[in-house]
Design a protein around this ligand. Structure first.
Ligand code: TRP
Length: 333
C-alpha cells in the first residue's frame, strides 16, 4: 500500500481523540441471502462463519473469550503482554497497524502501548456498529493516533485507506486464520502479503495442536455461550431473511477431526423438519448437521510451510510455557 494522503492526526482541543469517519465497504444484505441459500441447498449443508458476526454475535463472541474453557484469548493476551517489547521491536517504528476482524480491539491495545510512534490504526470488521463503537473507544484512549475504521468482509478484495506510514503491519490475532480451510488460508495469506507491501509485516495469532479434550471443551463450554453464539446465526437468518428456523429444534455440536486437525462446529437438526426462506423449502432429516465453522489447529511447522506457499517467511515465534498458542511475526520471503 502506498502512502499518499495525510489525515490530520492532531488531538481535538478537548483532548478527546475521535475515530475518523467509518469507511463503509460492508457486504450487501443480498450477499447473506445468496450465501445462506447456496449453503443450505448444498450437501452437506453449510453456512459461512463470517455471518456469525452481527452486533449481537460480536458481543457473544466477547463473552466466549472470557470463558474458563476458552484458553486461546487468555493465552494470546499472556503471550502478547510478556513479549510486548520484542513484538513492538519486530514491527518497527512509525508502523500503520491494519487489523483484520478487529472486534473489540482488546489485544490491539497491548501492541499499540508498545509500538514506537505508530502511524495509525485501521480496524477492519464486518459488524458495523460494533466496529464504530470499538474504534471510538480506542481513539479516545490514544490521543493523536489516527484511527480509520473500515467496515468490510476481509475475505473479499478491498482497498484500505492510505495513511502516511513507514510500513504496514497487518495484525490478525485470535487464530482467525484457523477458521479457513488450508487452501483458503493460503489464499488469504497471499492477500495479506499484498496488503503489507514489500516492507511490511504480519503479526498473527495461531492456535496450536493439543489434547483433543481440551479443544472440544473450548468449543462446547459448560455455560452454553458457544451454543448461543452458534444458534444466533439462525436468529439472524430469521430476522434478516424472514426465515422460520425454530431454535428449539437445532442443537450446537463441536467435534475434533484428527486428520485435517480441526474442530468442526455444527448446528444439528433434532428432528425431521422443513425451514423456509423466500419460496424455498429446506428439508432436514433428524440428526442432519449444518456445518457452521472449522477451527484448524496447526503445528509450528505446518503453519510455516503454509505461509511459505504464500510467499511469507516466519521471522519470530512467541509461545506460552505449555505451547498452547503462538504469536508469530512474518515478512515476505
Ligand atoms: N477464531 C476463533 C476460533 O477458532 C473463533 C471461534 C471461537 C468460534 N469459538 C467459536 C467460532 C465458536 C464459532 C463458534 O477459536
Amino acid at each position: 500500500m502506498l502512502e499518499v494522503q495525510r489525515h490530520s492526526p492532531r488531538p481535538r482541543p478537548n483532548g478527546l481523540n475521535k475515530a475518523l469517519p467509518l469507511v463503509d465497504l460492508a457486504p450487501a444484505a443480498s450477499d447473506l441471502r445468496r450465501d445462506a441459500l447456496a449453503g443450505l441447498c448444498a450437501t452437506p449443508k453449510t453456512l459461512p462463519c463470517k455471518y456469525f458476526y452481527d452486533d449481537h454475535g460480536s458481543w457473544l463472541f466477547d463473552q466466549i473469550c472470557t470463558l474458563p474453557e476458552y484458553y486461546p484469548t487468555r493465552t494470546e493476551l499472556v503471550i502478547s503482554r510478556r513479549y510486548a517489547a520484542e513484538i513492538a521491536a519486530a514491527c518497527g517504528p512509525q508502523a500503520l497497524l491494519l487489523e483484520l476482524g478487529s472486534g473489540s480491539s482488546t489485544k490491539t491495545r497491548i501492541i499499540l502501548d508498545h509500538l514506537r510512534a505508530p502511524a495509525g490504526y485501521v480496524p477492519v470488521d464486518i459488524a458495523r456498529d460494533f466496529l464504530r463503537h470499538a474504534a471510538d473507544e480506542l481513539a479516545a484512549a490514544y490521543p493523536g493516533l489516527p484511527v480509520v475504521p473500515v467496515c468490510a468482509d476481509f475475505t473479499q478484495p478491498f482497498t484500505p485507506p492510505a495513511l502516511a506510514a513507514r510500513r504496514t503491519i497487518v495484525y490478525f490475532p485470535g487464530s482467525t486464520i484457523g477458521n479457513f480451510t488450508a487452501d483458503d488460508a493460503a489464499e488469504l495469506l497471499r492477500t495479506i502479503a499484498g496488503l503489507m507491501g514489500p516492507e511490511g509485516g504480519l503479526l498473527i495469532g495461531v492456535d496450536l495442536r493439543k489434547d483433543p479434550n481440551m479443544l472440544v471443551r473450548a468449543y462446547n463450554d459448560a455455560r452454553g455461550v458457544t451454543a448461543a453464539f452458534n444458534l444466533n446465526l439462525l436468529t439472524r437468518l430469521n430476522r434478516e431473511l424472514s426465515a422460520d428456523f425454530d431454535l428449539a429444534h437445532f442443537q450446537h455440536r463441536a467435534t475434533w477431526d484428527p486428520t485435517p486437525g480441526r474442530i468442526e462446529m455444527q448446528l444439528v437438526s433434532k428432528r425431521d423438519q422443513a425451514v423456509h426462506i423466500d419460496d424455498q423449502s429446506i428439508e432436514f432429516r433428524a440428526g442432519e448437521p449444518i456445518r457452521t465453522e472449522y477451527s484448524h489447529k496447526y503445528t509450528l511447522d505446518q503453519f510455516a510451510s503454509m505461509a511459505s506457499t504464500a510467499g511469507l517467511a516466519v521471522r519470530k515465534v512467541w509461545t506460552d510455557h505449555a505451547r498452547l498458542f503462538s504469536v508469530q511475526y512474518l515478512t515476505r520471503a
